[in-house]
Design a protein. Structure first.
Ligand SMILES: Cc1cc2nc3c(=O)[nH]c(=O)nc-3n(C[C@H](O)[C@H](O)[C@H](O)COP(=O)(O)OP(=O)(O)OC[C@H]3O[C@@H](n4cnc5c(N)ncnc54)[C@H](O)[C@@H]3O)c2cc1C
Length: 474
């Protein structure tokens, strides 16, 4: 087979993988006038956070609903660079429901952070006063720990930490688990306490805006339709349908990337924004041995998510979403009305190990049954149509100890930079983590410190003060 050697100009960077991490890296490089080539195996950019065309209706539907929070500063920056920040709907109110008929709303009051959500939490009908007090005490303990303090709990489960801080079964099930499962794609019983604490420290306590929830007002894939244009307008290029087969290594540095069609791309620097299992496959033994960042690559496991698409002939849900505190169906999003007047709802089950091997029929029956327990109109109508998308490899499993295996952007092989939601971003496997990692790798490929493009939201003075005065001495 012939090998086409394609020599690229000096300071050229090749980015492997066009998910959010690869897009962020390529956009940052292109906008800094670095000639960049983004190589993506599928026909569209976006990776796991994307959409596809439903064969039955021709409708573009998301593989699964994705949400971001106000604290996702780098992702929001990426959307701005792509010109799509206006296509994100922001919700200030989070709606929680239980089967006893409570509808609780989490919303910021006028109080400053970290007290802004406390008023609405104190009104939660689904929690008893004693459970609310337990939760408030645990929140205070997390504030005292601060970001540095939480790292010492990276190797224990969040449930263990919660138990040690006086949380009852009910408080865990009806509050902590509801938030943690959707944020981390893992249960408190199986996730690292440090990751879980980060969700509450940064999403709930540090800043008034941090908890606000964003969802795409358009199918997810449309958020990246401009990416190719932005990259190519700045002198970069995007190769679709181009699959990385092998990262070539000569014992000192990466010398090229071989594609499945035998084409070889060469450049000065390479950014891998591939998922961990794909990077593992593309890197041969000598690269694994040369660079300590590869030691942990085989230690990651996946955690699954189910996306449940449901159509009802007539509207059954008025509000924008429902978060269930006592159901295997964890979230439902209102995706609006179709042209024929039917309502499209999207259910999500994260940490879906229990459901992943069930048939689509079983899962849809369960989802309809659960929804009917909260929405009588759904029961009366019956489900018109449904579709289940199983993502077995949705995210890496944020288990205790996994942080130690996450590789840094830079390592022994000096012209290879690692990105992807699974690398050491300081964030769990999220779109924000992916965007950060891409920005960090782009900065490093330009010879700068591997830092994100945008700072975190500033921490409220009261939160810093509690941590400084009452936190652990490190
Ligand atoms: C069902 C589901 C729900 C989720 N919900 C949320 C949510 O609500 N909020 C949130 O923040 N995050 C959520 N996530 C996580 C989020 O989608 C990911 O963290 C993020 O998209 C990861 O981006 P990435 O660029 O690191 O990886 P990926 O998106 O996996 O990108 C890797 C890219 O590399 C490409 N590739 C693979 N192999 C090759 C090869 N050999 N050659 C060339 N290209 C290759 C892939 O096609 C892909 O485009 C969810 C994920 C799933 C699956």
């Amino acid at each position: 087979m012939s090998v086409i050697e394609q020599n690229l100009t000096e300071r050229q960077v090749v980015v492997l993988g066009g998910g959010l991490a690869g897009i962020a890296a390529a956009v940052r490089l292109a906008q800094e006038h670095v000639p960049v080539t983004l190589v993506e195996t599928s026909r569209r950019l976006g990776g796991r956070a994307t959409s596809h065309v439903d064969k039955t209706t021709g409708q573009r539907v998301d593989n699964c609903q994705h949400v971001l929070l106000g604290c996702c500063t780098n992702l929001i920056d990426l959307y701005r660079r792509l010109g799509v920040a206006g296509k994100i709907n922001w919700a200030d109110v989070l709606h929680f429901y239980d089967k006893q008929g409570h509808h609780d709303q989490m919303v910021a009051s006028d109080l400053p952070a970290p007290l802004h959500l406390s008023e609405s939490l104190m009104r939660f009908g689904t929690l008893t006063l004693s459970q609310k007090m337990q939760i408030a005490r645990a929140m205070l303990a997390m504030m005292r720990l601060g970001p540095e303090g939480r790292e010492s709990f990276a190797d224990i489960t969040f449930e263990q930490w919660l138990r040690e801080h006086g949380q009852s079964d009910q408080a865990i099930q009806r509050f902590w688990e509801v938030i943690v499962v959707s944020a981390l794609n893992q249960t408190p019983r199986r996730c690292s306490a440090a990751y879980a604490m980060q969700v509450f420290q940064e999403g709930f306590l540090a800043h008034r805006e941090a908890y606000r929830m964003g969802t795409a007002a358009v199918p997810l894939g449309e958020l990246y339709d401009t990416a190719e244009h932005v990259i190519e307008n700045s002198g970069g290029r995007v190769m679709h349908g181009a699959s990385v087969k092998r990262i070539m290594y000569d014992g000192k540095s990466v010398t090229g990337v071989q594609l499945a069609d035998q084409q070889t791309l060469t450049a000065d620097a390479y950014i891998s924004a591939l998922p961990f299992d794909r990077l593992d496959k593309a890197a041969d033994e000598s690269l694994h041995e040369a660079d300590e960042r590869f030691v942990g690559v085989k230690q990651f496991e996946h955690s699954p998510i189910l996306g449940i698409h449901m159509w009802y002939a007539k509207p059954v849900l008025d509000g924008p979403h429902m978060i269930f505190v006592d159901s295997p169906l964890q979230w439902v999003f209102n995706k609006g009305l179709d042209a024929d007047g039917s309502q499209y709802l999207h259910g999500v089950i994260s940490a879906a190990d229990v459901w992943i091997d069930h048939s689509a029929e079983d899962i849809l029956a369960m989802a309809h049954r659960e929804l009917s327990a909260y929405l009588p109109a759904a029961e009366a109508q019956g489900l018109a149509r449904g579709k289940v998308i199983k993502e077995k490899r949705a995210t890496f499993n944020p288990a205790p100890g996994v942080d130690a295996h996450r590789p840094t952007t830079c390592g022994a092989v000096g012209n290879l930079f690692l990105a992807g939601d699974w690398t050491a971003t300081g964030w769990p496997a999220t779109m924000e983590g992916a965007a950060r990692s891409g920005y960090m790798a782009a900065a490093a490929a330009m010879g700068r410190p591997a830092v994100p493009a945008v700072a975190d939201l500033p921490t409220a003075p009261l939160v810093s003060w509690v941590n400084r005065l009452f936190g652990p001495r490190v």
